[in-house]
Design a binder for this molecule. Structure first.
Ligand code: PEP
Ligand code: MG
Length: 885
């Protein structure tokens, strides 16, 4: 099989591997695809990801076979453009870029103008008739190559250039003459010799192989590894290398370079969106060194900018570009992110890929493209990342709240965030770990800042456009971002900054509005999100295509209301212990716990009954007509006890028992390992009157609501931490007898069922037996993970992340179900339970019920529903639909 594929210039594209991004990477496969549909793509070739994987594994040199294939592919480029690589009279120059299966910041990006040396630069000057262009290209090449291939610090190059500009009083790079650039090349070469102890490579083939090697090596760079970890990208994919004939956007005023999206990636509006720079090379746009101009006249006018748009300045090339946009959207049936260059009036396509987008844009585009007939509903459902919905479900700034606006930048990624200013990525990460909300403020960001961007609630940069690194990455991560805020200046020495007219320092609180670009002093209040519109439409489609039901974990009427708004079809877990902590009743709870005997406990439970009944009444009201799973008391009793002298004294006053007695009882309740101690159904076994009170409260409330509204809730009473059928049998009897008593008193009966959580390995193994007593199972995967892994869920935070970093677990098993291990118990429990009772209802209510990967697993093993926290309900609805498709 081939490891090098040519594209452009009449290259055949008949090998399916050439267009397979697994083999040739995202960039390479799309270049082959674009060339194949007749778009103007400069000729080039791609070395496969397989070759990268081999190179990294063997750590050796390149094979002769590869060298031969590359030489042949280079000839293809030479023949097509009529220039030779290394030719001193008319040299072929190439770009070298990485390109993994998915776009991945952190890897080596681009080397342009490769093939220039002290001799070929003279040839380029002659054939182009432009000395200045040739020497400017050469110095760019030395700088880029030194940075990304030789690994030299770019600071010294920038400094050298700054000094020349200062000495001559130049403001802009465009003011430098050919001789100025020639002088800079001399200086740059001297810096390289000094820094690496040998001269800048003059052999063009050595340059090319050095760049290829750098691309491969960058796959294993620290930055790339961090990015892969954050985005769940496997380390064994490897990257392809793309080598392509250069086209020049910096050949004068009829040349330009730009990046564009076929629709607005921030809002999803169907309008071309992008930026371009006249007389510039690609990296100038992305690096944010010069402020780019708008692509369309409409966008320029809307912004109030005066610099002409591409539509106005280069109407012919713009027209061609617009036609390409249309063609590409139809071809890929998705919004495209494009890089292009105009060389002396002629348009060239350098890249296309499905564009990153905000959640809002993803939704709008998915829905509108169905309307346009471009995609079907199923595709639309798959287009939206469920986790990205998180961005939409969270609050935005209250438009009524006063805003103390300090300055304005570009609205680079929507959403609102408040937090303390931090000025570097490491500090952002540290403060975030301490639980502080931070806003990362930088002049501009680079892939080295990724971990800090991830840790920050929002990102603010002084430089860079809408397609700058900060903007692209922030949108991908769902972080609000304001970029290119020229009113921001940072002094890293004193760690202070100026925003607009105000002096601020690290630690001061600011608020960003990523939808308007506003930067505000202090914290600005927020409002709830809008759930209609495109969101509603996509959710409707998701509901149509999913099989599993989605419920919410909720225990207050407020949470239940929110859950219903988000589309929950019932409550999957109401943790009743949360009701015990309520300030008004904690002393009755404590009195119950500390009671010496059953009579004492019953006296205290009398006081709690009306409170619990009111709790359930309120929940049943909100959840009218839907199933509500109520779990009886679970945690160890000592969790409710007073802490410290003062609380004991207070309790003593309230219930008239001496402090000494209280402390003795508290001592008796102390446990060495409470998570495996007297909790869950073990409480019910030893103190059945507690569960009896809770059951009474549930059925009385249910009867009352049925009486008042006629819309009877369906209570599902759930017994926690069951390990044996007998435990469940005993407690089910308590519930059933209580129900019968209440129904007799109330003179009505109600439908209800009793079931259990499966959250201990023994319960999963004995599920067939336990199902004799249970009408439903709800997998409590928090405890099931804890007990199967033997890892304490409360202490795991301290040591689990190195486990994930080392790949011992692919993801935090408390966040995403350990499908391989714990998953077996779920599958087996479900199977054995259903064998006993074919109509056994099966659900999950651990945290995993809101995690898309875990939801896909639940679909696979045939659960009936998942239950997640209210904000995760829409995520679960979409993920369940994706899992079913
Ligand atoms: C579980 O263990 O998964 C569960 C849902 O119960 P809790 O988190 O309350 O222990
Ligand atoms: Mg549990």
């Amino acid at each position: 099989t081939r490891q090098v594929y040519t594209f452009g210039g009449g290259a055949k594209h008949d090998d399916p591997r050439a267009k397979d991004k697994v083999i040739t990477g995202g960039k390479g496969s799309n270049l082959a695809e674009m060339a194949g549909i007749g778009l103007p793509v400069p000729p080039g070739f791609t070395i496969t990801t397989e070759e990268c994987v081999k190179y990294l594994a063997e750590g050796g040199d390149f094979s002769d076979a590869l060298r031969a294939d590359v030489a042949e592919a280079l000839t293809h480029i030479e023949k097509t453009v009529g220039k030779s690589f290394g030719d001193t009279a008319d040299p072929l120059l190439v770009s070298v870029r990485s390109g993994a299966r998915v776009s991945m910041p952190g890897m080596m990006d681009t080397v342009l103008n490769l093939g220039l040396n002290d001799e070929t630069v003279e040839g380029l000057a002659k054939v182009s008739g432009d000395d200045r262009f040739a020497w400017d290209s050469y110095r760019r090449f030395i700088q880029m190559y030194s940075d990304v291939v030789l690994g030299l610090d770019h600071g010294r190059f920038e400094e050298a250039l700054e000094i020349v500009k200062e000495d001559n009083g130049f403001m802009n790079d465009v003011e430098l003459s050919a001789d100025d650039w020639r002088g800079i090349v001399t200086q740059y070469k001297a810096i390289v010799s000094e820094e690496q102890g040998k001269p800048f490579p003059q052999d063009v083939h050595e340059q090319l192989w050095g760049a290829i090697r750098a691309v491969f090596d960058s796959w294993d760079s620290d930055r790339a590894k961090v990015y892969r970890r954050l985005n769940d990208i496997p380390g064994d994919w490897g990257t392809a290398v793309n080598v392509q004939a250069m086209v020049f956007g910096n050949m004068g005023e009829t040349s330009a370079t730009g990046v564009a999206f076929t629709r607005d990636p921030a809002t999803g509006d169907k309008a071309y969106y992008g930026e371009y720079l006249v007389n510039a090379q690609g990296e100038d746009v992305v690096a944010g060194i010069r402020t780019p101009q708008y692509l369309t006249k409409a966008a320029r006018e809307a912004s109030g900018a005066t610099a002409p748009s591409m539509e106005e300045a280069m109407p012919k090339a713009y027209g061609e570009l617009a036609a390409v946009f249309e063609l590409l959207e139809k071809h890929y049936a998705d919004m495209q992110d494009i890089e292009f260059t105009v060389q002396q009036g002629k348009l060239w396509m350098l890249q296309t890929r499905s564009g990153k987008r905000t959640a809002k844009a993803a939704l709008k585009m998915a829905v509108e493209m169905v309307g346009e007939g471009l995609i079907d509903e199923a595709t639309a459902i798959k287009r939206v990342d469920p986790m990205a919905l998180d961005q939409l479900l969270h609050p935005t700034l209250d438009p009524e709240a006063p805003r103390d606006i300090l300055a304005k930048g570009l609205p680079a990624s929507p959403g609102a965030a408040s937090g303390q200013i931090v000025l570097d990525a490491d500090t952002a990460e540290k403060r975030n770990e301490l639980g502080e909300a931070v806003i990362l403020v930088r002049v501009e960001t680079s892939p080295e800042d990724i971990h800090g961007m991830h840790a920050a609630k929002g990102i603010l940069t002084a430089r860079g456009g809408m397609t700058s690194h900060a903007a692209v990455v922030a949108r991908g991560m769902g972080r609000p971002c304001v970029s290119g805020a020229s009113g921001v200046s940072i002094d890293m020495k004193t760690r202070t900054l100026r925003i607009g007219y105000r002096e601020l320092k690290e630690g001061d609180v600011i608020t960003l509005d990523g939808a308007t670009g506003e930067i505000m002093a202090g914290e600005v209040p927020t409002i709830e999100p809008e759930l209609a519109g495109d969101f509603g439409t996509l959710m409707e489609w998701a509901d149509k295509h999913r099989r599993m039901k989605v419920r919410a974990n909720a225990e207050t009427p407020t949470d239940c209301k929110m859950a219903r708004q988000f589309g929950a079809e019932g409550v999957g877990l109401c943790r009743t212990e949360h009701m015990f902590f309520d300030a008004g009743r904690i002393s009755a709870v404590r009195q119950m716990i500390l009671a010496e005997d059953e009579a004492g406990r019953r006296a205290a439970l009398e006081k709690l009954l009306p409170e619990q009944r009111a709790d359930f009444h309120a929940i049943f009201d909100v959840m009218a007509g839907l199933p509500v799973t109520i779990r009886l008391l679970d945690p160890p009793l000592h969790e409710f006890l007073p802490q410290g002298e003062a609380e004991f004294a207070e309790l003593s006053d309230a219930i008239g028992i001496g402090v000494d007695t209280l402390q003795r009882r508290a001592g008796e309740l102390h446990e060495l390992n409470p998570m495996l101690g007297h909790r869950g159904c073990r409480l019910g076994i030893t103190f059945p009157e507690i569960y009896e009170m809770q059951a009474r409260a549930i059925f009385e409330a249910a009867c009352d609501v049925a009486e008042a509204s006629g819309d009877a809730p369906v209570p599902e009473v759930m017994i926690p931490l069951v390990a044996t059928r007998k435990e469940l049998a005993i407690l089910k009897k308590v519930v059933d007898e209580t129900a019968a008593a209440v129904f007799a008193e109330k003179g009505r009966t109600l439908e209800y069922i009793v079931g259990t959580m499966i959250e201990l390995p023994r319960a999963a193994l004995m599920a067939g037996d336990i199902a004799q007593e249970a009408r439903f199972f709800s997998f409590g995967t928090n405890d099931l993970t804890q007990t199967t892994l033997g890892v304490s869920r409360d202490d795991a935070g301290r040591f689990l992340s190195p486990y994930v970093e080392k790949g011992i677990y692919p993801r935090d098993p408390f966040v995403s179900l350990d499908v391989e291990g714990v998953g077996q118990l779920v599958e087996l429990g479900a199977e054995r339970g259903r064998t006993t009772r074919p109509d056994l209802k099966l659900g999950i209510c651990g945290e995993h019920g809101g995690d898309p990967a875990s939801i896909a697993f639940c679909e696979k093993v045939g659960l009936d529903y998942v239950s997640a926290s209210p904000y995760r309900v829409p995520i679960a609805r979409l993920a369940a639909a994706q899992a079913a498709l």
